[in-house]
Write a protein that binds this ligand. Structure first.
Ligand SMILES: C[S@@+](CC[C@H](N)C(=O)[O-])C[C@H]1O[C@@H](n2cnc3c(N)ncnc32)[C@H](O)[C@@H]1O
Length: 211
């Protein structure tokens, strides 16, 4: 992906109180970092941060960690956070999730995968964040119970994810091909989601669990 370079992006991120610079040093210690035993939920590929910021506001009894691999994207979240009252239950990590087991160990309650890159070519299947390759990494970071919540516009990726989660022992407790038509589920939208909905594109979503 080619991204526009943003002036002072890395400087702004590093000066943010939400940013954790060397996340691997906190492996197995994230509850201490938050200073409580509340569940820790992560979003892999948080983009510009609307979802993770609004989740942290809405659910003060959960800790949230947003993970993003590009500074030019994460800086948008950091700049938004500078304009609102501090959220004590939020941290941000600039990191590539392919090494996620190096930064967490048996301490994550739920993973959110929102509009993750679908990697449509079959030769890139292992890069999909719901491939067996990633699900095996997640096994090492989850506490006993495992929860993965996915939203995507891409039906092929959604079908792939459903099959992969089932193959890896997950039970799908919620599934829809039209999230915005389901008023029974509370939903905090992401930036991509809002764009797709404006274009009339339906949002697929699932909640997967494993004990
Ligand atoms: C399509 S965007 C979706 C952003 C946001 N979740 C949303 O729904 O608006 C996917 C994001 O995931 C990030 N990403 C992709 N692969 C990643 C990885 N392996 N580790 C961390 N971030 C990743 C990309 O940089 C990008 O910002």
């Amino acid at each position: 992906m080619r991204l526009k370079k943003i002036k002072n992006a890395i400087e702004d991120i590093k000066s943010s109180k939400y940013y954790v610079e060397e996340p691997a040093l906190n492996r197995a210690k994230w509850h201490t970092i938050f200073g409580n035993d509340l569940p820790i939920d992560i979003e892999i590929g948080m983009g510009k941060g609307n979802f993770i910021i609004n989740m942290a506001k809405e659910y003060p009894n959960t800790n949230f960690i947003g993970i993003e691999k590009y500074d030019s994207v994460m800086v948008k979240a950091v700049r938004k956070l500078n304009t609102i009252p501090e959220l004590k239950n939020l941290k941000l990590i600039l990191y590539d999730a392919r090494d996620i087991e190096n930064i967490f160990k048996k301490e994550i309650h739920r993973i959110y995968l929102n509009f993750s890159d679908p990697w449509p070519k079959s030769k890139h299947e292992k890069r999909r964040l719901t491939s067996s390759t990633f699900l095996e990494k997640y096994e090492k970071i989850f506490e006993n119970r495992k929860e993965i919540f996915q939203k995507t516009d891409n039906i092929s990726f959604f079908e792939f994810s459903y099959a992969s989660l089932k193959e890896n022992g997950y039970t799908i407790k919620y599934i829809t091909n039209d999230l915005w038509n389901d008023t029974t589920i509370p939903n905090i939208p992401t930036e991509y989601e809002e764009k797709f909905v404006k274009l009339g594109i339906k949002i697929n979503s699932l909640h997967a669990y494993k004990n």
